[in-house]
Design a protein around this ligand. Structure first.
Ligand SMILES: C[S@@+](CC[C@H](N)C(=O)[O-])C[C@H]1O[C@@H](n2cnc3c(N)ncnc32)[C@H](O)[C@@H]1O
Length: 287
């Protein structure tokens, strides 16, 4: 089969289910992964033939795409902050808003002069936040926790792949009364989607992404944030900072909760779409 024939077959199979631009994007991603060829190389070699194995790999991907499986799970990786992260069904697919949270942290950390910065990432999933901070904050000593052993295995692989040192702990945050050590920076993107928001979500998220990474009960949507705020209040060093990714609909409740838990300075930041998406809090007003 030639590349042109492969492409025609791929489009005819998937166009009933996806818009053309998305099919093109899937084709480019799979060509890079399977054929190790860029879009330009494909265009320059339309008559090149592909092997039977490559053809089978495309066929398997088509079947999975037809079942609405996210392309990131099909290729088993995604890019986050310019770094490649391995994923599996136990890990949430890292989102662009989480990249914005990491960018904000790095921007603010740039001005700090401490020799070491101890960092804790709660609910680390693929390790995208922990590994990226370890990579780009040279003075950071990073710990990360998650309740999912399946996610932690992948997070460890990602840390090894990027050659950074992160101490991973298998931990349910609700089962601890305090953190193992004091930290300068605590960050979390915990589960925050209310059950009531499920009806507005894409079927591929509901069907394929790990439920425990996403959902919280309607009547207690801030349960993770409150628990983490309580741990952070005792576990942050004097000038320490707590960062969260937040549910865009709950920023006022978040501010209120953090004030009630004793955080003096709370800053809410919007994402690139103008949605309240990140929050930063410190115990002392002048930090
Ligand atoms: C929204 S995902 C975030 C994953 C990753 N940090 C990211 O930003 O893509 C939330 C993570 O919290 C973990 N988690 C859920 N309940 C937990 C608990 N009780 N204790 C610790 N981690 C938990 C999930 O396994 C999941 O990896």
């Amino acid at each position: 089969m030639t590349i042109t024939e492969l492409k025609q077959h791929f489009f005819s199979e998937l166009q009933p289910s996806y818009p053309s631009e998305e099919v093109q994007s899937f084709f480019s991603i799979l060509s890079e992964e399977i054929l190790k060829k860029t879009r330009l190389e494909l265009a320059l070699e339309p008559d090149a033939t592909i092997s039977v194995l490559e053809q089978e790999q495309f066929e398997t991907a088509v079947i999975r795409l037809k079942a609405q499986e996210p392309i990131q799970y099909i290729i088993g990786r995604t890019d986050f902050f310019g770094l490649s992260f391995t994923l599996n069904s136990h890990t949430l697919i890292p989102r662009p808003e989480t990249e914005e949270l990491v960018a904000w942290i790095l921007e603010l950390q740039k001005n700090r002069t401490e020799e070491t910065v101890s960092v804790l990432d709660l609910g680390t999933g693929s390790g995208c936040i922990a590994v990226t901070l370890a990579k780009y904050l040279p003075q950071a000593q990073v710990d990360a926790m998650d309740i999912s052993e399946g996610a932690l295995e992948i997070a460890k692989e990602n840390a090894a792949y990027h050659d950074v040192s992160v101490t991973f702990r298998h931990q349910d945050i609700f089962s601890i009364g305090e953190l193992p050590q004091p930290y300068d920076l605590i960050v979390s993107n915990p589960p925050y989607v209310r059950e009531l928001e499920k009806e507005h979500m894409q079927p591929n998220v509901l069907q394929f992404e790990p439920e425990a990474a996403l959902f919280v009960p309607n009547d207690n949507p801030l349960r993770f944030y409150q628990k983490i705020a309580q741990l952070a209040k005792k576990g942050l060093r004097d000038q320490g900072v707590l960062y969260f990714e937040i549910n865009e609909y709950l920023s006022n409740d978040m501010r209120q909760m953090l004030n009630n838990e004793g955080f003096a300075q709370v800053v809410i930041k919007q994402d690139m779409f103008g949605k309240d998406r990140m929050i930063k809090a410190t115990i002392h007003a002048n930090d």
